[in-house]
Design a protein. Structure first.
Ligand code: FAD
Ligand code: SF4
Length: 283
């Protein structure tokens, strides 16, 4: 009973995802990386890693590829979705906020206001919501989707409490947060405070343990750090639109460690599968 229900759900999801791939993406496909036509490592100035996301947004706004960019500003409980209209707005929103943010709601608002030519930066779950919006008759704006690699996100209030108790630091006052090699590193007044991600388990969003997309498989361009050297971004180009955007930057492309990305993608997919099966067995 449970397994036929699970199989039906899986079939439905696969059909849904195949439609998104067919409508928006181009290139070869692997189970772990998704559809892609280019994959490389690059650096473009300051940012969380290689600054590629901010550079793509700034270039697209400057040449009118899009007029609005949905980004996230502020750390911890102060993280909020804002609309950047120029490069300086974009650079104010640099850096990763390790929280789940509803950027698709802001996109819907912009579309409702009649805005066209919009770029959105989003975690993989939000990328999928954005593609669903684009498939509706009301979602016919010209949208560029930049996806971020994502293993998990945290509840901002719980994360703040947990960090206060582990490190005696106020998350909302920090300048930067970075997750690397199983540790969260927090920069505050030029000092770095670190704790193990394992110690922050209580603050992780529960929904993330059922999420099977690491590499933002349905974005026009996906960007992360896994697979690249420190200070560089891994870039996966997945569509014609993504290709045209990336071409604006005239990048020096370096090779990436594909196995590293594939390993984490697979790990996340299997974790989601197991957690879903456990949930259904209990139910
Ligand atoms: C919750 C989360 C978990 C992540 N986990 C991993 C991981 O496990 N491995 C990995 O390789 N990479 C992960 N990343 C991506 C990575 O941290 C960088 O965001 C990515 O490499 C881009 O770096 P950059 O220097 O090009 O970005 P920047 O040029 O600094 O630009 C970052 C852009 O992302 C936007 N942004 C920040 N936080 C969010 C958010 N929560 N939702 C939507 N937009 C946001 C900012 O507004 C900015 O426009 C994660 C990102 C998030 C948000
Ligand atoms: S792990 Fe999945 S559900 Fe959680 S924020 Fe990342 S993409 Fe969204």
């Amino acid at each position: 009973m449970h397994s036929s229900h699970t199989n039906r759900e899986r079939e439905f999801r696969m059909k849904d995802e195949a439609e998104i791939e067919q409508q928006f993406l181009k290139g070869q496909k692997t189970e772990d990386l998704g559809v892609y036509c280019d994959l490389f490592s690059a650096k473009c100035g300051e940012g969380q890693d290689g600054g590629v996301v901010s550079a793509l947004l700034a270039a697209g706004l400057e040449d009118g590829t899009f007029d609005w960019a949905v980004v996230v500003r502020g750390l911890g409980v102060n993280a909020e979705v804002v609309v950047a209209k120029n490069a300086s707005d974009v650079y104010l929103a640099r850096g990763t906020k390790y929280v789940k943010v509803n950027v698709s709601a802001k996109l819907k608002e912009l579309i409702k206001e009649g805005k066209n030519k919009i770029a959105v930066v989003a975690t993989p779950c939000e990328v999928k919501s954005i593609r669903k919006i684009q498939q509706t008759p009301k979602g016919q704006a010209e949208i560029t989707v930049i996806g971020l690699f994502c293993f998990e996100a945290f509840n901002p209030t719980k994360l703040k409490t947990q960090i206060k108790s582990c490190l005696d630091v106020d998350l909302d006052k920090c300048q930067k947060t970075e997750i690397r090699k199983g540790k969260l590193n927090i920069t505050l007044d030029e000092q770095i405070y670190s704790c193990k991600i394992k110690d922050l388990d209580q603050a992780a969003e529960r929904a993330c343990s059922f999420c099977d997309d690491f590499a933002a498989r349905f974005a026009d361009v996906s960007v992360g750090s896994v697979g690249s050297a420190v200070g560089y971004s891994t870039v996966i180009v997945r569509s014609k639109k993504g290709e045209q955007l990336v071409e604006k930057l005239n990048l020096d492309k370096l090779p990436v460690d594909v196995q590293e990305i594939a390993k984490l993608s697979k790990f996340k997919r299997i974790r989601a599968q197991k957690n879903l099966e456990n949930l259904q067995n209990v139910g």
